[in-house]
Write a protein that binds this ligand. Structure first.
Ligand code: KG4
Ligand code: ZN
Length: 345
């Protein structure tokens, strides 16, 4: 897929949450993508912003150096530097913001300010071995620990949010229910693992009734809590004895909520390409359900490798390439944006 008139060499940096990442891209080809994930938060059961910011400070220089080395690129050959301007944790964003600005000034190359959520979607435009890329317009379900959004990507610049969560994100629904089961953070991958051995129909959890294409997951968490309290009154070993079935039932409820809304969005927009992004897209049941949805509707399904689904700088790089192509450059006075309305740039 030729998205660009010219193939530019750019460095991209991501530090919006708890992963420090740097990547080098030529056009939509990734030459390197280095991700340093912060282990420190696991003991706290969630990301601690102050600690995240300090960890980024420690990692940013070695991560960028490694990305350049892995790509076999000298920094004097770079044509631009892209970074995540927002949304995210302010203290974390500041690290890539100041680093990218300094590099841009030192090398005399343009700065590209990337919207993190748009980048998750544009990750589908990265060249991937043996996989096709979507053609605009396509639908994307972005599901992670912080976000749940259904977006119509009309072009790289114009993206319309069709629906998003009113409370918890899908990843939080996994992590919070896992916590109720006594599983460590992040619980999503563990629910996925135990669910593989369980019966998804064994227990019923009610699905929220949300207007339009919005999502809500906080009710599921409460539903699971009350269910467990009731069962454990009768059998204190209820969770240990039924872990696989409980996980499979929770997982299938979350997946059904996500897939039902995606199906609705497809019939509303008549778009026949559906894509999955964000950390929760690693979930095996969600992947299988998306593939099935594609088969039922005749739509093409795009699920990138996991390394491009979770937070990574390669997606910042591809988003930066689109900004460069459109001639939209950043400014040295730009501050990071913890909140950034979708579609303003
Ligand atoms: O995109 P991501 O890496 O970053 C943040 O949002 O910070 O997403 C992390 C989320 C966590 O909530 C984690 O539990 C969830 O993705 N996750 C999964 C799976 N792998 C990661 N959820 C369900 N099943 C999985 N296999
Ligand atoms: Zn993200």
């Amino acid at each position: 897929m030729d998205y660009f008139a010219k193939e530019r060499l750019i460095l991209a940096i991501e530090s919006s949450c708890d992963d420090t990442s740097a990547a080098v891209l030529r056009g939509n080809t990734v030459l390197s993508n280095v991700v340093s994930s912060q282990e420190i938060h696991a003991q706290y059961g969630g990301v601690v912003p102050e600690l995240a910011s300090r960890e980024h400070q420690k990692s940013i220089v070695p991560v960028v150096e490694l990305a350049l080395r892995n790509a076999g690129v000298d920094k004097k050959d770079l044509e631009a530097v892209a970074y995540t301007r927002g949304p995210g944790l302010l203290g974390s964003l500041l690290v890539a913001n100041s680093f990218a600005k300094s590099l841009s000034i030192a090398l005399g190359i343009p700065l590209l300010e990337v919207h993190h959520m748009k980048a998750h979607i544009l990750a589908h435009c990265i060249a991937m071995d043996g996989q096709k890329n979507p053609v605009f317009p396509f639908l994307c379900l972005t599901v992670s620990g912080g976000h749940t959004q259904l977006v119509l990507a009309e072009s790289a610049e114009t993206m319309r949010i069709l629906g998003q969560t009113l409370d918890d994100a899908a990843g939080e629904a996994f992590d919070k229910t896992a916590k109720l089961l006594g599983l460590p953070y992040p619980g999503g991958p563990l629910i996925d693992k135990f669910a593989k051995l369980g019966d998804p129909k064994r227990f019923q959890f009610s699905k929220p009734k949300v207007e339009g294409l919005g999502f809500s997951f906080s009710g599921l968490k409460t539903g699971v809590l009350y269910f467990l309290q009731k069962e454990m009154q009768q059998n204190p070993r209820f969770v240990q004895e039924n872990l696989n079935d409980i996980c499979a039932s929770i997982q299938s409820t979350i997946v059904e909520i996500l897939v039902d809304k995606t199906r609705e969005a497809m019939s509303m927009t008549n778009v026949k390409q559906i894509a999955l992004a964000g950390g929760v897209s690693a979930n095996s049941a969600l992947r299988a359900a998306f593939i099935e949805l594609g088969e039922q509707t005749g739509a093409s399904v795009f699920i990138p490798p996991f390394s491009y689904c979770t937070d990574n700088a390669a997606m910042i790089g591809i988003a930066g390439q689109f900004l460069f192509e459109a001639g939209v450059f950043g400014e040295f006075s730009s501050a990071p944006l913890a909140r950034w309305e979708f579609g303003t740039k």
